[in-house]
Write a protein that binds this ligand. Structure first.
Ligand SMILES: Cc1cc2nc3c(=O)[nH]c(=O)nc-3n(C[C@H](O)[C@H](O)[C@H](O)COP(=O)(O)OP(=O)(O)OC[C@H]3O[C@@H](n4cnc5c(N)ncnc54)[C@H](O)[C@@H]3O)c2cc1C
Length: 467
């Protein structure tokens, strides 16, 4: 029997694709080489990191805010319990995917999938046995893996020199932690360990953290992290990471030229990005084209150059985000089912789950300037928001960018408590091509943090009320 769809990989791209395909009446199977479903995101990415971010944020709140709020406690870290909470969260999420596969009558094959040719996938189990599955359509959703530092040999032992995976399970709080890479993952995991007591130094190649984010947001956020105890070595090119004694050292030199510096720590987290994962998939032999960065090449309908083979998620171009992979999973299932699946890449929110959170959707000021688009800016700080004051969360601001001529919202950027939830009102508005006046005239409940979004929108086309 041939399946209508065989999905290789069960991360947020693959598992969502499989469920959608089954819901649309397609006979579907998944192939997964990991012991549990859910991919990077559920096992060693989004979910465990958010469990630790939340728990460590609660500790920091208890240490720094509770007293002002009139709550007297003596907070104490129990790292073992915090890790147990993280592990239990992962287990319940991966079990949830297994339940949904059963519910939707999706068959699963445990082992490494390989594309034999269009229409045929082989699965090699851990014991070496090989099975072939017939598939009218194949979806490659094999995700990504940790990338090292270009030109530098990094011996990850996941104990002293760690990737994000090791940083999610350190057995004790390091006194000093060096994070190589000032991107989202490095800053999130750096925040976890900083809140738990580590002294964190971030070494970053670029002149700013969060490369690609709105420049003003990145600058203000860096100041906030510095206040939280982070040290930054920006514009620094790492030339060596080595174990020494009980810890490790990182050597770097100024990108613009100058003397090299070596710093030491108990633990070094290398968080320099992720690479598409296609190892052992047999794509070359099957004639599937890749792009210059090793990603599977797809067209606007997520099709590869080989008919019947599609690809989604981290393994193709675009932001390496779980929700982007999920939306592509839905779209590709719809396309295979003969429907009009589509992903709007202009409206994909990005969130950094630090404290405060950073969230953005659409264009940054830098992108608009580069594209020569004339725009208006509306800003509103949380210091002027009643709810933020009541909760002691006044750090940050909302910035709305709108087209100067049409008032259409082109981008929204939020630094603040709950930014990752608030960003969606801008995303929905943008999906419908709304203007800043639409947003500013929409009634917002009082008192909410979201009122700052309304006020920033008002500032874009006229004036806010509360400043
Ligand atoms: C620490 C960390 C935190 C993150 N936090 C967030 C976040 O908060 N929000 C967010 O949006 N994104 C986050 N990400 C990124 C997110 O995890 C990825 O964008 C997302 O998992 C990509 O989904 P995917 O389905 O493409 O691939 P993956 O989730 O990587 O899943 C691919 C699956 O394919 C399997 N596989 C690979 N090759 C084969 C094969 N040949 N045969 C069978 N199975 C195979 C793998 O075992 C894996 O299970 C985070 C990542 C990390 C590392």
């Amino acid at each position: 029997m041939a399946y209508d769809v065989v999905v290789i990989g069960t991360g947020p791209g693959g598992y969502v694709c499989a469920i959608k395909a089954a819901q649309l009446g397609l006979k579907t199977a998944v192939v997964e080489k990991r012991e549990t479903f859910g991919g990077t995101c559920l096992n060693i990415g989004c979910i465990p990191s958010k469990a630790l971010l939340h728990a460590s944020e609660m500790l920091a709140e208890a240490q720094h805010s509770f007293d002002t709020l009139g709550v007297e406690v003596e907070p104490k870290l129990n790292l073992g319990k915090m890790m147990a909470h993280k592990d239990a969260t992962v287990t319940s999420n991966v079990n949830g995917v297994a339940f949904l596969f059963k519910k939707n009558k999706i068959d699963s094959f445990r082992g490494t999938g390989r594309v034999v040719s269009a229409g045929k996938v082989s699965v090699t189990a851990d014991d070496g046995s090989v099975q072939e599955i017939e598939a009218k359509n194949i979806v490659i959703a094999t995700g990504s893996d940790v990338a090292g530092i270009p030109g530098v040999k990094v011996d990850f032992d996941e104990n002293v020199i760690v990737s994000s995976t090791g940083a999610l399970s350190l057995p004790k709080v390091p006194e000093n932690l060096i994070v190589v890479g000032g991107g989202v993952i490095g800053l999130e995991l750096g925040s976890v360990w900083a809140r738990l007591g580590a002294k964190v130094t971030v070494v970053e190649y670029l002149d700013s953290i969060l490369g690609g984010m709105d420049g003003e947001v990145a600058k203000q956020f860096q100041r906030m992290l510095a206040k939280q105890g982070f040290t930054f070595k920006l514009g620094s090119k790492v030339t060596g990471v080595a174990k020494n004694g009980k810890g490790a050292s990182v050597t770097f030199e100024p990108v613009k030229g100058g003397d090299a510096e070596t710093i030491e720590a108990d633990v070094v987290l290398v968080a320099t990005g992720r690479s598409p994962y296609t190892e052992g998939l047999g794509l070359k032999e099957a004639g599937v084209e890749m792009d210059e960065r090793g990603r599977v090449k797809t067209d606007g309908h997520l099709r590869t150059n080989v008919p019947g083979i599609y690809a989604i998620g981290d393994v193709i171009a675009g932001p390496m985000l779980a929700h982007k992979a999920e939306d592509e999973g839905v779209a590709v299932a719809e396309i295979i089912a003969g429907q009009a699946g589509h992903v709007n890449y202009d409206v994909i929110p990005g969130v950094v789950y630090t404290s405060p959170e950073i969230a953005s959707v659409g264009k940054t000021e830098e992108e608009l300037k580069k594209a020569g688009i004339e725009y208006k800016v509306g800003k509103f700080p949380f210091t002027a928001n009643g709810r933020a004051r009541a909760m002691l969360h006044t750090d940050g601001f909302v910035k709305i960018l709108a087209d100067k001529a049409t008032d259409k919202v082109l981008g929204a950027h939020i630094v603040g408590f709950g930014a990752g939830e608030m960003i969606h009102e801008a995303a929905v508005l943008m999906e419908f091509g709304g203007s800043s006046e639409d947003l500013g005239r929409t009634c917002h409940a009082h008192p909410t943090m979201s009122e700052a979004v309304k006020e920033a929108a008002m500032a874009t086309f006229f004036k806010p009320i509360h400043i």
